[in-house]
Write a protein that binds this ligand. Structure first.
Ligand code: ATP
Ligand code: MG
Length: 451
């Protein structure tokens, strides 16, 4: 390899990583803790003559005594060689080519060791002028692969051949010190892939680690680089940040590092120094509720979270439309909803099925106060009624008495039997008597059924 072929940034920012080998006797990982499917893949690769390692979160979490979310595998077999070994294999990805070995719903991800980039490999590796990696399919050795990983604690490899752990970047020590530390020069590594800033926050919260100083320092200054990340990737990432059980804490840490703003610019306009705006109160409520639901093993819907996060920014926009363009309230809310969602999906690609639900939840907020006649009974049959009601309850916490009373009414109504429900509606009908139809003869039928 000719040294002159290496880009200056690539040549200088990786320190020589020193391998620390931890033998089977010196660590606590046992094969029993690794899923059968992951073991199958590791052994098959190994018996075909390839190196095969468990790597990343799997090793990190096992060393910490946690149950890993999934098991990632790294090997010196190329994707094509992997495909030949497994019938149930699919090759995926452009930016990173990966093999997915499918065991029903369980997917084991197998990555070929990645190498460094050189000028003459531009067709397989590509960098933008900001230093961001656009394509990254240069294969390499295991130590090169280690240098390309993000944090020291994510660059530990469990070797299926002898059950030793290869620690290339001092991950074991950082695990003990509870530190999130980038491998290499932090600024360069963030510029290569700005999502690493989000990952630093995510792991700090998830593992309850500190972010090492040099890894933390450049974040605020580079946070704006997230604007260049494709919105589909940021959608996936935002769910991992906010919808996996520690959303509230993650959001607060994201804000401290100025990382929330580039993902949610419209929401951030309503941020205050003392976290007191309605938008901020709603963020706290919905993220806390989401964390609790996950803790209780209940289902969660991203649409509910996004609907809550965007509700007050949407209402502010509706106010503006009423003031400047003479919109009626209902139309203003609908139009503001469109505008706010259009704006949000520019940075976070919320899928259509979810944006439809967001609109439904918002629309229900306009309908829930109107309970006369058969309305309340009909509303309760709607698919999204429960979400709309939960949403109303959160609003009650923020907006005060009138909304709170309305939420109470709906709670009682849902729990009541048929007679009680009818009495509750009769109360409302009594308070707002139906206006007499003006043209009795022609509209008699309509007036009875659609009030
Ligand atoms: P978890 O799955 O628990 O969220 P993880 O560390 O396994 O954590 P993954 O996203 O599954 O995270 O990635 C697997 C491994 O791939 C990481 O541990 C890390 O070594 C490497 N990796 C992932 N994303 C990046 C990135 N953006 N830059 C460099 N390395 C990365
Ligand atoms: Mg993982």
């Amino acid at each position: 390899m000719n040294k002159n072929d290496i880009k200056p940034s690539e040549a200088t920012h990786f320190p020589e990583l020193a391998l620390n080998l931890i033998t089977r006797e010196e660590h606590n990982i046992s094969r029993k803790q690794i899923s059968d499917n992951a073991l199958k893949v590791l052994y098959r690769l190994n018996s075909a003559g390839f190196d095969a390692f468990l790597v990343g979160g799997g090793v990190r979490d096992l060393l910490l005594g946690h149950t890993p979310k999934d098991f990632d595998i790294a090997t010196n077999a190329t994707p094509e060689q992997i495909k030949k070994l497994f019938r149930n294999c699919r090759l995926i990805g452009r930016r990173f080519r990966l093999a997915h070995i499918m065991f029903g719903r369980d997917i084991i991800e197998v990555a070929t060791f990645r190498g460094h980039h050189q000028e003459n490999t531009q067709h397989i590796a590509q960098q933008s002028k900001e230093g961001m990696l656009l394509r990254d399919n240069v294969y390499g050795s295991i130590d090169e692969d280690a240098e390309r990983r993000d944090f020291t604690i994510n660059a530990m490899y469990y070797n299926i051949a002898n059950y030793a752990i290869h620690d290339y970047a001092g991950g074991v020590e950082d695990l003990e010190d509870k530190l999130i530390r980038l491998i290499g020069d932090p600024e360069t590594r963030y510029r290569e892939d700005p999502v690493r800033m989000l990952r630093a926050i995510r792991f700090a919260v998830k593992l309850d680690f500190d972010i090492e100083e040099e890894t933390a320092d450049p974040i605020e200054h580079l946070a704006h680089l997230l604007k260049d990340i494709p919105s589909a990737r940021l959608y996936e990432e935002s769910l991992k940040m906010l919808q996996t059980g520690l959303g509230l804490e993650t959001y607060h840490l994201m804000r401290e590092y100025q990382l929330f703003q580039p993902l949610f610019p419209t929401i951030s306009e309503f941020f205050t120094a003392d976290y007191s705006s309605k938008t901020e109160q709603m963020l706290d409520l919905v993220l806390d509720a989401t964390d609790q639901r996950i803790e209780e093993g209940k289902r969660i819907n991203p649409a509910f979270m996004f609907a809550a996060m965007l509700w007050y920014p949407m209402l502010a926009k509706a106010d503006e439309l009423m003031a400047t363009r003479n919109f009626a309230y209902y139309d203003a809310v609908m139009e503001a909803g469109n505008l706010i969602i259009d704006e949000q999906v520019k940075t976070i690609a919320i899928p259509r099925r979810h944006t439809a639900t967001i609109r439904e939840i918002w629309q229900l907020q306009l309908r829930l106060p109107r309970r006369n006649g058969k309305r309340a009974f009909r509303l309760m049959e709607l698919n999204k009624f429960r979400a709309g009601f939960d949403f109303l309850e959160m609003r009650g916490e923020i907006e005060g008495e009138e909304t709170k009373q309305l939420a109470k009414w709906w709670e009682t109504f849902q729990n009541a039997g048929r007679n009680m429900r009818q009495a509750m509606v009769a109360d409302i009908d009594g308070a707002n008597p139906k206006p007499k139809p003006r043209r009795r003869r022609n509209t008699k039928k309509k007036a009875n059924s659609a009030s």
